[in-house]
Unconditional design. Structure first.
Length: 135
């Protein structure tokens, strides 16, 4: 089970590699996230910030949208350099955020694995993260 310090370090690494970059592709197995992406596409938005709050990871995008994930017992986020293959079974992928390639950044894609909770919210409502869960 990922503990708070692991979640904190994961959020720091995701922020270091994704903040300020434009999303080129977003995928999810969660129907609610797929609907949000269809109605308010994440592709073209900028990742503004990634941070942790307790055991929650919040990824803030331009346009007042936040992706909230909770790792539960076995979830994790993994970063992948350009051209790298997914290192886990494809059935474990829950969320994929791909960004434009930049020369100095080693990570181009981030994948969330086996998280049970993933949702989006307006940035103004993200302060309530951790107050409940939704799929």
């Amino acid at each position: 089970m990922p503990e708070g310090d692991t979640i904190f370090r994961t959020a720091q690494a995701l922020h270091r590699h994704l903040a300020g970059r434009i999303v080129t592709r977003f995928e999810s197995v969660f129907p609610a996230l797929t609907r949000i992406d269809h109605d308010r596409p994440l592709a073209g938005r900028t990742v503004e910030r990634v941070h942790s709050r307790g055991k929650h990871i919040l990824m803030t995008f331009s346009g007042d949208l936040v992706l909230h994930t909770h790792m539960r017992m076995h979830g994790s986020w993994h970063g992948y350099p350009p051209g790298a293959r997914w290192r886990m079974p494809a059935r474990d992928m829950r969320v994929l955020v791909a960004t434009a390639r930049l020369r100095r950044r080693r990570i181009q894609r981030a994948g969330c694995r086996t998280a049970d909770v993933a949702r989006t919210a307006a940035a103004s409502g993200a302060a309530r993260a951790g107050s409940g869960s939704a799929r």
